[in-house]
Design a protein around this ligand. Structure first.
Ligand code: RAT
Ligand code: ZN
Length: 441
C-alpha cells in the first residue's frame, strides 16, 4: 500500500514538461551551495594576503595579459606603476577604450553590477569609494552569499616566506576557509627548495637521499599539523611523466605519496602549465601545453590506496582525463582550469564529463585570487552547468526516463559538494550551509 502511494507521489513529481524541467534545473543549480575546492583567496586573518576590492580585481593577471594586447606600453613601465595606476590603465584600456568582451573582463562587469556600480563609468572613483566604505567581515559574508559558496579551499604554500610568517599568528581562521598544502616549491624547483629549506635551518642534500627524505617527511608532517589541509596539491608542466628518472619522481615516491598515505590526504595534480613563457609579464606570462595523461594513469594504477584529484589545462586532454577516471576510481577530475574557464569550453567539458562520468566529478572551482571574483566565477559557471545539465536530463527524458526535483537536488549537491566531501573526508558542519535553503521559486 505504502509503496503504491509512494509510487503515485513519485509519478506526480516527474518533470515531464521541458520548460518546467529547465526551470527546476536552473533554480537548483543557482541555489545549491558549492564548496570551492581550489582558490587563491585567503581568509581575512592572513593580513595583506586577503585580496579584495576594485584595484585588486583590475590587476588580476588575466586582465594584465589582456591589457598588453591593446596597448603599446612596455612591461617594465607597467611594473613601475603603483597598483592604483595599473588599475586605472587596465580600466581605461579594457573597459573604456574597448568593449569588455573577454570572460575575465566580463567578470568584472558582473561584479560591479552585483553591487549596483556602473560598468560604463569613465573612471574608478565610485567603485573605489564603494569598496572603501565596506565593513570587511560583512562584505565577506555578502560576497560568499552572492556566490553561494559555503566553503573555500585556499592555496597554502609552505615555501612562501610571507605566508609562513603569517601561519604562526593564524590560530583561529574563519571556519569557511580550509587549507590545501601546495607542493610546487618542493616538486618543481629542487635546487631552490634546498636553499629555502637551508635558510630555515633544514639542511638537506642536493641529492635527496635517506636522511633528506626523513627530514622532508617531517617537514610535511609539521605543515600538515599546522595547516590541517584538506589535500596536498601541485601544478605540473605538460612534460610531467610518471615514472620518471628525475628528482621530482623520487620526491613523489619517497616523500609525497607516503605523506598522503600517513595522513589520508588526497593529492591534487594540476597538469599542463608552462611557467614563465613570457617572463616580462610575470604571473600573466605563464602558458600551457598538452600533457601526457598516461602518466596520470600509471600514478593511479601504482597507488590504488591514494586518492587523486586532477585537472588539466589543455582542452585536448579533457576527453582522455574522463576516460582515465572511468578506469580508476581513485581519480577525481575537477574544474575547468584557468585558460579553460570560458563559457564555450566549460560547456563542452561539462557535457563531456556528464556523458562519460554521470555525476562522479567536480564540475568547477573558481581559482579566484580576489574575493569578489567568486561572484562572477560562480555566477557564470552556474549558468553553463545548468544548461549542460538540463540538456543531459532532457536527453534522458527523450529516452523515456523523467527525473524528479529531488533527484536534481541530489545530483547537483553531489557535484557541488558531496563528491569533494567524500574525497577528502570533510564533514558537513551545522553552520556550513545553514544559510542556503532550497525553496522552489
Ligand atoms: O589559474 C590561475 O589563476 C593561475 O594563475 C594559477 O593560480 C593556477 O591556478 C595555479 O594554481 O597554479
Ligand atoms: Zn590556482
Amino acid at each position: 500500500m505504502t509503496s503504491l502511494m509512494e509510487n503515485r507521489i513519485e509519478q506526480a513529481e516527474l518533470l515531464t514538461d521541458r520548460v518546467e524541467l529547465r526551470r527546476q534545473v536552473e533554480f537548483t543549480v543557482s541555489a545549491t551551495p558549492v564548496i570551492d575546492i581550489h582558490t587563491h583567496v585567503f581568509s581575512p586573518e592572513f593580513d595583506g594576503m586577503f585580496l579584495h576590492g576594485i584595484d585588486e580585481l583590475l590587476t588580476y593577471h588575466y586582465l594584465i595579459a589582456e591589457t598588453f594586447r591593446s596597448t603599446d606600453l612596455l612591461p617594465e613601465r607597467f611594473w613601475g606603476m603603483t597598483r592604483t595606476q595599473r588599475a586605472d590603465l587596465v580600466w581605461r584600456t579594457l573597459f573604456v577604450e574597448n568593449t569588455p568582451l573577454s570572460e575575465a573582463a566580463c567578470g568584472v562587469v558582473s561584479v560591479l553590477r552585483a553591487f549596483g556600480l556602473d560598468p560604463r563609468s569613465p573612471d574608478l572613483d565610485d567603485a573605489r569609494a564603494f569598496f572603501r566604505s565596506q565593513d570587511l567581515h560583512q562584505h565577506l559574508d555578502r560576497v560568499l552569499a552572492i556566490a553561494g559558496a559555503s566553503d573555500l579551499v585556499m592555496t597554502n604554500d609552505p615555501f612562501n616566506v610571507r605566508e609562513v610568517l603569517l601561519w604562526s599568528d593564524v590560530t583561529n581562521p574563519d571556519h569557511r576557509f580550509h587549507a590545501s598544502l601546495r607542493l610546487d616549491g618542493l616538486l618543481n624547483d629542487w635546487p631552490q627548495a634546498v636553499q629555502t629549506l637551508g635558510r630555515r635551518g633544514l639542511r638537506v642534500g642536493t641529492e635527496p637521499s635517506g636522511p633528506t627524505v626523513s627530514k622532508l617527511r617531517r617537514f610535511l608532517d609539521e605543515w600538515v599539523a599546522r595547516m590541517k589541509p584538506l589535500y596536498m596539491a601541485v601544478s605540473l608542466p605538460p612534460e610531467f611523466n610518471f615514472p620518471d628518472d628525475d628528482v621530482r619522481d623520487l620526491l613523489i615516491r619517497e616523500v609525497v605519496l607516503p605523506t598522503a598515505r600517513d595522513h589520508a590526504l588526497a593529492l591534487a595534480l594540476m597538469i599542463g602549465v608552462r611557467r614563465g613563457v613570457n617572463p616580462a609579464l610575470r604571473a600573466a606570462g605563464d602558458g600551457m601545453g598538452r600533457a601526457d595523461i598516461g602518466a596520470l594513469d600509471r600514478l593511479c594504477a601504482e597507488n590504488p590506496d591514494v586518492r587523486f584529484l586532477a585537472t588539466v589545462l589543455s582542452r585536448e586532454n579533457q576527453h582522455q582525463l574522463c576516460v582515465s577516471a572511468r578506469k580508476f576510481n581513485n581519480l577525481m577530475p575537477f574544474g575547468c582550469w584557468w585558460f579553460l574557464n570560458n563559457p564555450s569550453i566549460v560547456s563542452e567539458i561539462t557535457r563531456e564529463r556528464l556523458e562519460l562520468l554521470g555525476t562522479s566529478f567536480i564540475p568547477q572551482h573558481s581559482d579566484a585570487c580576489v574575493l569578489e571574483q567568486l561572484i562572477y566565477k560562480w555566477r557564470h559557471a552556474r549558468v553553463i552547468i545548468a544548461a549542460s545539465l538540463y540538456e543531459t536530463y532532457d536527453r534522458l527524458l527523450q529516452s523515456g526516463r523523467a527525473v524528479t526535483r529531488r533527484e536534481i537536488v541530489r545530483d547537483v549537491t553531489r557535484m557541488f559538494s558531496g563528491n569533494f566531501r567524500a574525497w577528502v573526508g570533510l564533514q558537513q558542519t551545522p553552520c556550513g550551509t545553514a544559510d542556503h535553503t532550497l525553496e522552489s521559486p
